[in-house]
Design a protein around this ligand. Structure first.
Ligand SMILES: CC(=O)SCCNC(=O)CCNC(=O)[C@H](O)C(C)(C)COP(=O)(O)OP(=O)(O)OC[C@H]1O[C@@H](n2cnc3c(N)ncnc32)[C@H](O)[C@@H]1OP(=O)(O)O
Ligand SMILES: O=C([O-])CC(=O)C(=O)O
Length: 465
């Protein structure tokens, strides 16, 4: 009874504090225009404010025609090479592409056969976690969110590094390679721990194997019997290649730049980037997309009825359906308008696989949402540009067809994007020297201090909020 009363009063106190916190945090929206604040670091035409230069990745979505922005189908370029050409290259040679892409992004050039083999051997050396790390760190207090588990593990790895704060390029590169190599184990073991302790499943801790590609190792460590087909591993490898890098402005890579610019260590910078990627408006969208489709499938009477689909999508936008965030996940992008080239590539594979697995109806539903969502969004929003399916739209469908658990979707994104973060951390260190520090204008009125004995509730409330 006593506890209940305490809980009730705690709830009431928190409600009151929340009301105060919310009220004292709210800023008149008109002030943003008055002071020409570049909200979301965007220019008035919706394009990102130019805050840096990079040679790592280029996201191409429009051309300028006599000063006018003309949207074009999206292209993604890694170190000067179009991803469509990179994918075609390793597919035609029937080999894995992620390790080669990692080499390219980190060192700026494509490896020859020998350089690639040497690099893979080096990564294999870094694959093993410190002695007892899985037992002492990952299996302890497992989280239902594997991104949080990875971030915790990354921060813990600081303590196992003899030289953690040294930001010379050779040391940072070594740390980054170490993280790239052991991210699959951090993610998969984090998932195994969760599924064991929360879902009562048997606990499987398979060691990564030095001769396997990253994609093969993920599947082999995830599955109780370690079995996978080449086709499955190649599809996951493709997804890893497509998620590895997206310029310096995407939220998690920009976070890497911001945090790196303080001079902090690699583990702190990477854990911050993981936190950014987890967000449902960024990499976390791949989980939301699949959950959203589960909800759509559940609520719709006829998956082929465009009008019914449109109505449901409108309800999402008006916060009456799904998670009530008002977002149709997997649709829209800060840069792309007509198309995201990664979604285009993934869609091809999803279509094939869905046919093979008898999931055509579901694929058609995805395709219908992809077609209808942009129309629904543009009806109710001020659009700077068109919206289309982004990389997260079809990736979850791919992972589901590979029987990868939903908790692993965003972690797989992280296993890949850590490559881009690493390249950006190095680029920031090599070129910068300036701490990233934009301005915030204070719009709060100045106030005279009120001594404690003079603070009547009325007076304080009036003056403070
Ligand atoms: C790996 C990645 O990070 S890819 C992105 C993954 N995220 C998602 O799929 C979540 C859903 N999509 C979104 O939230 C957005 O499209 C974002 C965050 C990705 C990009 O947002 P913006 O840069 O604001 O895009 P854009 O300028 O084209 O949007 C114009 C308006 O349409 C809205 N909009 C864009 N996409 C969506 C969407 N999918 N659902 C609802 N509204 C949307 C925006 O919120 C914006 O409205 P506002 O001006 O009132 O804020
Ligand atoms: O670029 C962005 O804003 C989001 C991102 O990381 C991606 O699309 O891969």
């Amino acid at each position: 009874m006593g506890d209940y009363i305490l809980e009730q009063s705690e709830e009431k106190t928190l409600r009151e504090f929340s009301r105060m916190a919310e009220k004292s945090s709210s800023i008149n929206p008109e002030l943003y225009s008055k002071y020409q604040v570049k909200r979301g670091l965007r220019d008035l035409d919706g394009r990102g404010v130019l805050v840096g230069l990079t040679e790592i990745g280029e996201v191409h979505s429009y051309i300028l025609d006599e000063g006018e922005i003309v949207p074009v189908p999206g292209r993604l370029i890694y170190r000067g090479y179009d991803i469509a050409d990179l994918v075609k290259g390793f597919k035609e040679d029937n080999r894995y592409g992620f390790e080669e892409t990692t080499y390219l992004l980190l060192f700026g050039q494509l490896p020859d056969q020998q350089a690639l083999e040497n690099f893979q051997q080096l990564l294999a050396q870094y694959q093993r976690l410190p002695e007892d790390f899985a037992r002492d760190v990952i299996l302890k207090a497992p989280s239902r969110d594997i991104m949080n588990t990875i971030a915790r593990s990354v921060l813990a790895l600081y303590s196992f590094d003899d030289n953690p704060d040294d930001t010379t390029i050779s040391n940072v590169l070594k740390q980054c390679l170490g993280l790239i190599a052991c991210f699959p184990s951090l993610a998969v073991y984090g998932y195994q721990a969760y599924s064991h302790y929360h879902d009562n499943q048997s606990l499987y801790i398979h060691s990564p194997r030095t001769k396997l590609s990253t994609a093969e190792n993920i599947l082999s460590m995830l599955r109780p019997d370690s079995n996978y087909t080449k086709l499955e591993a190649k599809l996951l490898d493709l997804a890893l290649v497509l998620h590895a890098e997206h310029g310096g402005g995407n939220n998690s890579s920009f976070v890497t730049h911001v945090v790196t610019s303080t001079g902090t260590d690699t583990y702190s910078a990477m854990s911050a980037a993981i936190g950014a990627l987890k967000g449902p408006r960024h990499g976390g969208a791949n989980i939301k997309v699949v959950q959203m489709f589960e909800d759509i499938k559940d609520k719709l009477k006829d998956w082929q009825d465009d009008e019914e689909i449109e109505r449901y999508l409108t309800q999402i936008l008006t916060k009456e359906a799904f998670d009530r965030s008002g977002l149709i996940y997997g649709i829209g992008h800060a840069v792309y308008s007509i198309s995201d080239p990664r979604a285009v590539i993934l869609k091809e594979y999803v279509a094939q696989l869905a046919r093979e697995k008898g999931l055509e109806d579901e694929f058609n539903l995805y395709a219908a949402v992809e077609r209808l969502a942009p129309q629904v969004i543009s009806k109710s929003n001020k659009m700077y540009k068109g919206v289309s399916a982004n990389v997260d739209f079809y990736s979850g469908f791919v992972y589901r067809m590979l029987n990868i658990p939903i908790e692993m979707f965003t972690p797989i994104f992280a296993i890949s994007r850590i490559v881009g973060w690493s390249a950006h951390r190095i680029e920031e260190i090599v070129n910068s020297g300036k701490i990233i520090r934009p301005a915030y204008k204070s719009v709060a009125p100045r106030r005279n201090y009120i001594r404690m004995f003079e603070r009547t509730e009325e007076k304080t409330y009036e003056k403070n909020v």
